[in-house]
Design a protein around this ligand. Structure first.
Ligand SMILES: *Cc1c(COP(=O)(O)O)cnc(C)c1O
Length: 380
C-alpha cells in the first residue's frame, strides 16, 4: 500500500497515474509564504486591465438573484454568442471555463481503445483529460528550438502522421500555450482538409483575440466547410473574466448535442453568464486590451532581450523566455518569488530552461525587469 495515499490502489489506473494540474501561484499564497506584500502575478495570462466597468455593473446587478439556479440552457448568453459570431445558438456549448469543454469533449469521444493526438508542448489539460478517460495519448514532437519562425511550435504534418483509425480528437492550441507560437492560416486549413472525417479537431483559441489583431483568420468561419472542427474559446483571457469561469465551444449542432449529454445541468453560474453577455456587448474594451497587449509585449520582449534573455515569438499575451539552463530558470524563479513577482515555471511541460511570463501593465513590466536586473547582480 502507498504510504502517502492509502486510497491510490483503489483508484482506476487512469486516475492513479495522473499528476494534478499546477496552476500559477495565487498572490495571497505567495504573500503568506514569503511574507511579502504588494506581490504581482504574471503567471496565468489574465488580462491585466480586467473587465470593463459595464461588465462590473452587470455583475453587481445580478447579485440580487443568488437564490435561484442559473439558466441551465444559458439562453441569453447563447443568443448573444450566436449574434456575435453570426451562427445559430444550437452550435454553442458553454463550460465552466473552456477547460470544461476540453474535458467534455474527451468524455464524449474518448475511452479505452481509442486515442487523441496532441503536441509535446501543448496545454497540460489535454493530457489530463485524455488520461482520465483511459484513452491513449499520441504525443507528437514539437518543431525544434532552432526552427526559424516557430521554434517549439506545432508540427502539423507530424500531428497528421500520428492520426490513425482509432483517433477521435486532435488538440491544437492556436496560439499555443505555453509557447505563444501559432500555426499559419493556410497550413491549418490544409491540415483540416487532410484530416479524415472520423477525427475531430479541437481548435483551442484561448488567445485568438490577440492573434486576430495580428492578421490571423477567424477559424469560426471555417466551421461551414469542416463539420469535424470544434472551436473552443474562453472569457478568461482577453475578456478579463478568469475568476468567473466561462468558456464555450462552437461546432456542428450534432456535436453540441452530444456535449450537452455529458455537461452538468448548471455548469455555468448566473454571474458568469451575465458578465459574459455584457462583455460581448463591449467589443471596444477587448480591442483596447489587445492593442495594449501588443505595445506592452514589445516592451517586455525588448527589455528581456537587452538583459540577455531571448523570447520565443508570440502572438499571445505572454512570452516564453529562455534562461539558458534549467538551474538558472529555477533559481531565477525563486528569486522573483522572494521579491513578490510571480511568473510561471514550465518544467512540467518539459521546458525547464524557460519561464513563461504574462504581459502585465507597463508598471508590472518595469517591476519585473528591475527584479531581473537585481537577480543578475545578485548571481554575478
Ligand atoms: C487559459 C487557457 C485555457 C483555459 O481557460 P479557461 O479559463 O478554462 O477558459 C484553455 N486553453 C489554453 C491554451 C489556455 O491557455
Amino acid at each position: 500500500m502507498n504510504s502517502v495515499n492509502p486510497y491510490l490502489a483503489l483508484a482506476i489506473p487512469a486516475v492513479s497515474s495522473l499528476r494534478p494540474y499546477q496552476p500559477g501561484k495565487p498572490v495571497a499564497e505567495l504573500e503568506r509564504h514569503y511574507g511579502v506584500t504588494d506581490a504581482i502575478k504574471l503567471a496565468s495570462n489574465e488580462n491585466p486591465r480586467g473587465p470593463s466597468d459595464a461588465v462590473q455593473k452587470a455583475v453587481s446587478s445580478a447579485l440580487n438573484e443568488l437564490t435561484r439556479y442559473p439558466d441551465g440552457a444559458a439562453f441569453e448568453l447563447r443568443a448573444a454568442l450566436a449574434r456575435y459570431h453570426g451562427l445559430s445558438a444550437n452550435q454553442f456549448t458553454l463550460g465552466n471555463g473552456s477547460n470544461e469543454l476540453l474535458v467534455l469533449l474527451a468524455e464524449a469521444f474518448l475511452g479505452p481503445g481509442n486515442n487523441a493526438v496532441y503536441d509535446q508542448y501543448s496545454f497540460i489539460v489535454y493530457r489530463l483529460a485524455v488520461q482520465a478517460c483511459g484513452a491513449q495519448a499520441r504525443v507528437v514532437p514539437a518543431l525544434p528550438a532552432d526552427h526559424d519562425g516557430q521554434p517549439l511550435g506545432h508540427d502539423l504534418d507530424g500531428l497528421l502522421e500520428h492520426v490513425d483509425e482509432h483517433t477521435r480528437l486532435v488538440f491544437i492550441a492556436n496560439p499555443n500555450n505555453p509557447t505563444g507560437t501559432w500555426v499559419d492560416d493556410e497550413a491549418l486549413h490544409d491540415f483540416l482538409r487532410a484530416l479524415p472525417a472520423h477525427v475531430l479537431t479541437v481548435l483551442d483559441e484561448a488567445y485568438c483575440d490577440y492573434a486576430q489583431a495580428e492578421g490571423a483568420a477567424d477559424a469560426i468561419a471555417w466551421l461551414k466547410d469542416f463539420p469535424n472542427l470544434v472551436v473552443v474559446r474562453t472569457f478568461s483571457k482577453a475578456f478579463g473574466l478568469a475568476a468567473l469561469r466561462v468558456g464555450y465551444s462552437v461546432s456542428a449542432p450534432g456535436i453540441a448535442e452530444l456535449l450537452n449529454r455529458v455537461r452538468q445541468p448548471f455548469n455555468v453560474n448566473s454571474l458568469a453568464q451575465t458578465a459574459a453577455v455584457a462583455a460581448l456587448a463591449d467589443r471596444e474594451w477587448v480591442q483596447d486590451s489587445v492593442r495594449h497587449n501588443q505595445v506592452c509585449r514589445q516592451q517586455l520582449c525588448d527589455g528581456l532581450r537587452s538583459l540577455g534573455y531571448p523570447c520565443v515569438p508570440s502572438r499571445a499575451n505572454f512570452l516564453l523566455v529562455n534562461f539558458g539552463t534549467a538551474e538558472h530558470a529555477a533559481n531565477c524563479n525563486e528569486f522573483l518569488l522572494r521579491t513578490g513577482v510571480i511568473v510561471r515555471p514550465v518544467a512540467n511541460y518539459g521546458l525547464g530552461c524557460y519561464l513563461r511570463i504574462t504581459v502585465g501593465t507597463e508598471a508590472e513590466i518595469e517591476r519585473l525587469l528591475h527584479a531581473l536586473q537585481a537577480w543578475q547582480q545578485a548571481s554575478a
